[in-house]
Design a protein around this ligand. Structure first.
Ligand code: DGJ
Length: 748
């Protein structure tokens, strides 16, 4: 997995078994992009791939030369005002207002391994031999300012990790735009894949063909958002889940972002990704520097599934950290949808007792345990136990739950405050809002100004005390509103352009402190469900609450979309009540569990109101999940049939050694006179024979057994028809809407 510098041609070639990434220092000293894609044989020069165009009206860099124009050359990190008319990867302003820059190659360094990004989440190596890093330093001689472009190539992943660092020179500068990376591609024959949605409809898959001009997704909400995820993929038009060329781009960041694709009028495509430049203005004085977040580019020549599997493995093993990274996740019960704010110690203990009886391993006490909080109007910011609700205190409650054989977990929302709180009364200027004006509430709450270290320190003190005083083994860290009138009270003008990024650095620093101080605690991130389900948070919390929508049918789409980037081990997925609290839909307990198995798994409903029969079914589901969670959370995930395109859908997870798999089939509405249907499985060994059983998790029954070779299952397909000969059909009495089926495969 070398990084090679061809001195004569000033070309860099980064390659491993699967990919090549090539660029060169152009005649004007700027880095010019040549290629990213399938591995190429190394050679001294790939210069033939650079097209110098003779085009009228183009601004050209050299007198007497009419072909060297940055308007038409592919670049690594383009600036505006240098002949290039496209959207730049960065922009800065000098003291006198000039934005003209000229950053030229100065030096480079290649080293084994990968450095950490101080204060920011990033992928990492465990051994230096896993990756190599190239740092290219560009300098603007007039300013003395430098830009360091960093590229890491891993031996085992078809990815390039990029980030950029700006160093101020003799003269102070203001960064107006500082993307993490940029990628110019020689044609526009791609479709843009994005994950978009809203609260309780997160990460639905949308695909659009590229068109001339700019197409982008973004967040200016202070969090990565329900609306868009910091990810996009460019796929060839013929690429599908299993074949075709795809480039995935993912930003390891949890705040405002921009992911943008521009197609110019000569069909060149430019992808840029980074902190959103609106609202961003970062002044640098001599001696200071600015580090961008990291951007991951993943290349696949085998379709979207392959791209996703790369992200899953990279993020599960080289982004997530800590004790829980590789461990099977505890099966939990969360009291939110069981009680909402209306609970007391008695109710909690009764719920916990039932949970323990059916084999649940962790009890999570959600919102409402602190201050005077009985609804959403008060107490955020006052992280002391509410003794009216929990008279024996947190320590004793945790102990009693521990005695039942379960771990105890707690919900917090450290970044927020209610006006009705002691914290707000003492520090009204700690809100991230212009306190001289009216500012919006959202769910009656306000954002604390985490750009200020004293605010983070104060909250840290409170939360550390809570976590230190009771035996807490899990924390759900929530964040329930977007930013609106952002202003950092009492800070000067230059701080205001930094506040949004400083805020997220404050969040990361609190996460870092708490995860270091409490290394045994499993952290789960949450933001009104999935508004901050991004790679940045995954660095601190190995799992996240995927969505507040717990309806099994909607969850199929949400989890399917989420799996484009995020591993099953990161997806919080619970069985909730029927009718469902968000959609009022009735679904069977079996279907609810069959969807929730494909994640971290838990329950979120009032067990004290269920029948003995239902509890018995859940007991079966829990032991089923205990048996298969290593396979599910650590195996290779395949999307088989797309719920956005069909009435039915399917996915499966295969063990790394391909000896075992679980496949799930879901059908929304029952068709009349249903046609025959087969799902073509994936990831099996063609020449191995598998025993296929249909599983009923809840009753621990399996309905018969068939034997098939892998090739038959992958190329012929597994029949899921209602009535079929040969393979199993669905009994008439089981047919109906919201059907789900689960198949276990084991190598014979
Ligand atoms: C939003 C979360 O997504 C829910 O699961 C729950 O924790 C509530 N907040 C509590 O306020």
């Amino acid at each position: 997995m070398p990084i090679i510098f061809h001195k004569k041609t000033k070309e860099f070639h980064l390659y491993n078994e699967k990919i090549s990434y090539i660029f060169k220092i152009l005649a004007n000293g700027h880095p010019g992009h040549i290629y990213y894609g399938r591995r190429l044989t190394d050679r001294d020069s790939f210069g033939g791939m650079i097209e110098y165009a003779l085009r009228d009206m183009a601004p050209c860099a050299f007198e007497g030369n009419s072909t060297f124009s940055l308007e038409h050359l592919q670049q690594e990190y383009p600036s505006f005002g240098s002949g290039d008319m496209r959207f730049p990867a960065f922009e800065l302003e000098r003291q006198d207002g000039s934005r003209v820059v000229d950053f030229k190659y100065q030096k480079h360094e290649i080293y084994a391994g990968k450095k950490k990004l101080p204060g920011l989440p990033a992928v990492y190596v465990e051994k230096e031999t896993e990756a190599q890093t190239l740092e290219v330093t560009l300098e603007d001689a007039q300013l003395g300012a430098r830009i360091v472009l960093s590229y890491t190539i891993f031996e085992a992943f078809p990815v390039i990790a990029r980030n950029t660092c700006f160093y101020c020179g003799r003269e102070g500068i203001t960064l107006l735009n500082a993307m993490s990376g940029s990628l110019d591609l020689p044609d526009k024959d791609y479709e843009m894949v994005e994950l978009a949605g809203a609260w309780s409809r997160e990460r639905h898959v949308h695909i659009r063909p590229l068109a001339y001009g700019i197409q982008s997704i973004y967040s200016l909400r202070g969090c990565s958002s329900h609306q868009f995820n910091p990810f996009l993929a460019l796929k060839r038009k013929n690429a599908d889940e299993h074949s075709g060329e795809v480039i995935g781009a993912s930003l390891i960041y949890s705040g405002d972002f921009l992911a943008q694709v521009e197609v110019d009028n000569f069909d060149v495509t430019r992808l840029i990704m980074g902190i959103h430049p609106n609202e961003f203005r970062w002044e640098l004085r001599p001696g200071e520097h600015f580090q961008t977040p990291e951007m991951i580019l993943a290349y696949s020549e085998n379709g979207l599934n392959d791209m996703s599997q790369t992200f899953h493995k990279l993020y599960r093993t080289r982004l997530a950290r800590g004790k829980w990274r590789d461990k099977a996740r505890p099966i939990l019960i969360n009291n939110w949808e069981a009680t909402y704010f209306d609970f007391n110690e008695e109710k909690i203990l009764a719920l916990a007792q039932k949970a323990a009886e059916i084999g649940i391993e962790l009890f999570v006490l959600d919102d409402g345990w602190f201050g005077k909080r009985n609804d959403a109007t008060s107490s955020l910011g006052d992280w002391q136990v509410n003794r009216e609700k929990l008279p024996s205190g947190m320590k004793s409650l945790a102990e009693r739950i521990n005695q039942m054989g379960m771990g105890f977990g707690l919900w917090i929302e450290p970044e927020m405050v209610n006006k009705d709180s002691n914290l707000f009364r003492e520090h009204p200027d700690w809100v991230l809002a212009d306190s001289r004006r009216n500012y919006c509430h959202s769910r009656n709450q306000y954002v604390l100004d985490f750009s200020k270290s004293e605010v983070v320190d104060h909250i840290h003190g409170q939360i550390r005390k809570v976590l230190g005083e009771a035996n807490i083994s899990y924390v759900k860290w929530d964040m329930n509103r977007s930013f609106s009138e952002v202003f950092s009270n009492g800070k000067d003008r230059s701080w205001q352009g930094k506040a949004r990024h400083q805020y997220i650095l404050g969040v990361y620093s609190l996460y870092e402190r708490l995860t270091q101080e409490f290394p045994d605690i499993l952290f789960e991130s949450c933001a009104s469900g999935g508004a901050r389900f991004d790679p940045g948070i995954l660095y601190y919390a190995p799992q996240g609450w995927t969505s507040d929508d717990t309806d099994a049918v909607e969850r199929i789409k949400i989890q399917y979309g989420t799996s484009y980037v995020y591993p099953l081990s990161s997806m919080g997925s619970h069985v909730s009540a029927s009718p469902n609290h968000q959609l009022y839909r009735h679904t069977s307990l079996e279907t609810r569990a069959n969807v929730a198995y494909f994640g971290t798994f838990g329950y979120e409903l009032d067990l004290t109101e269920l029948s003995e029969e239902e509890l018995l079914t859940m007991k079966g589901q829990i032991s089923f999940m205990k048996r298969y969670r290593e396979l599910i959370q650590g195996g290779v995930f395949y999307r088989i049939k797309n719920p956005f395109e069909h009435n039915s859908s399917a996915w499966m997870v295969v063990s790394k050694d391909q000896t075992e798999a679980l496949a799930a089939y879901f059908r929304v509405l029952q068709p009349t006179q249903a046609g025959f249907e087969r799902i073509r499985l994936a990831g099996l060994r063609a020449d191995w024979e598998y025993a296929v059983t249909e599983e009923m998790g809840g009753t621990e029954q399996c309905l018969g057994e068939d034997r098939h070779f892998g090739d038959e299952l992958m190329y012929g397909g597994l029949s899921v028809s209602d009535v079929s000969s040969g393979l199993r059909g669905v009994a008439r009495e089981k047919q109906g809407d919201f059907l789900s089926r689960l198949f276990h495969l084991k190598k014979i």
